[in-house]
Design a protein around this ligand. Structure first.
Ligand code: SF4
Ligand code: SF4
Length: 337
């Protein structure tokens, strides 16, 4: 199904309040979408679990892949591109050359630097591996906007601890080399609304307001805890039960993002309302663990959690309930918490 411009505008309307879009912004969005020169989007995938792409592609109706393919002019996405080999590489080269300085570059995952970057290769280019490292170095400075999509791209996330691949973040590779500040969109997986909403803002207003860590303030203003509906409820000692999970390790007080407001899975639910605690997946130090403790944990939450581990207090039915809270990456970790 090809999504129409009208349908996309309807989708944008849903996010209007969160984005602060005015009627004149919508006019600009309509003009941008009507333009045959709407900026191409190139989506590269480095060391990642593909969860950011899956979360993005699964959660809305009309589907985001329709939006990206037919409306925002997505020219390359690893999981969606029908083209392979030279054709796929050619589409990246051709579209970025034609729109030099105007395209949007989304980077999902960490960027391997060891072994010449050969742990993550897009394909064959002129008889040699075209690595993500090389592509990011080549395309990043030429893009109008660069989006670091997901916690692995922003902070290293779950792939950073690898001692073999030499993972670097987008900022570590491109910091100071881009035309505009790199836009950071952490969470694991990247929240689809933050990705699409930021693209809408880029089309209508240009660079969104960013905080000190280059995160759009539309989504990253205060902690999960400050918006949590369980903030003033009694503390509980077991996941899967109603109450506040602070004393069993909830990271909501130190994690900045508005999950309680925008929720997940097209606004269906989010971690705490699914009776699980926040594991801080938008934080620079994610993943740190144990993600939670069974029974009351009376020590300080900071600096005392070493090594990833799971201490499950719920039964299989509460675990299943929790998993219904969102979709995407961290399948094992999130299905357990
Ligand atoms: S569950 Fe977590 S985020 Fe919610 S009030 Fe308790 S500590 Fe804060
Ligand atoms: S509430 Fe859930 S999705 Fe949001 S930052 Fe915490 S762990 Fe991540």
């Amino acid at each position: 199904m090809r999504i129409t411009r009208r349908e996309f505008l309807r989708l944008a309307t849903i996010s209007a309040a969160a984005l602060g879009l005015t009627p004149s912004d919508f006019l600009k969005l309509g003009e941008a979408l009507a333009s045959s020169t709407s900026p191409p989007v190139i989506w590269l995938q480095g060391a990642a679990c593909t969860g950011c792409s899956i979360a993005l592609l699964n959660v809305t109706n009309p589907t985001i892949d329709d939006v990206l393919l037919n409306t925002i002019s997505l020219k390359y996405q690893t999981n969606l591109s029908a083209a392979a080999g030279e054709l796929a590489i050619g589409s990246i080269i051709d579209s970025t050359t034609a729109a030099d300085g105007q395209f949007i570059l989304c980077i999902e995952g960490g960027i391997p630097t060891a072994a010449g970057g050969n742990y993550s290769v897009i394909g064959d280019r002129d008889g040699a591996n075209w690595t993500i490292l090389s592509a990011v170095n080549e395309l990043g400075p030429r893009a109008k906007y660069v989006l670091a999509v997901g916690t692995c791209a922003v902070y290293g996330g779950v792939v950073k601890p690898s001692t073999y691949t030499g993972i670097k973040t987008v900022k570590e590779i491109l910091g100071g080399k881009t035309r505009n500040p790199i836009i950071n969109l952490p969470t694991c997986p990247a929240h689809p609304e933050s990705v699409v909403g930021t693209m809408i803002t880029l089309l209508t207003k240009g660079l969104p307001d960013l905080d000190q860590d280059n995160r759009p303030t539309d989504y990253f203003t205060t902690t999960v805890h400050n918006n949590c509906p369980r903030r003033f409820t009694h503390m509980v000692s077991q996941i899967g039960t109603y109450g506040c999970y602070r004393m069993i390790g909830c990271q909501g007080p130190s994690t900045i993002i508005n999950c309680p407001l925008i929720k997940w899975n097209n606004g269906v639910n989010w971690c705490v309302e699914a009776d699980m605690l926040c594991i801080g997946c938008a934080s620079p130090n994610f993943p740190r663990g144990p993600f939670y403790y069974s029974g009351m944990y009376m020590g300080s939450m900071d600096g005392e959690m070493g090594g990833i581990g799971y201490h499950i207090g719920g039964n299989s039915s509460t675990v299943g309930h929790a998993h219904a809270g969102r979709s995407g990456s961290m399948g094992i970790g999130h299905s357990l918490r």
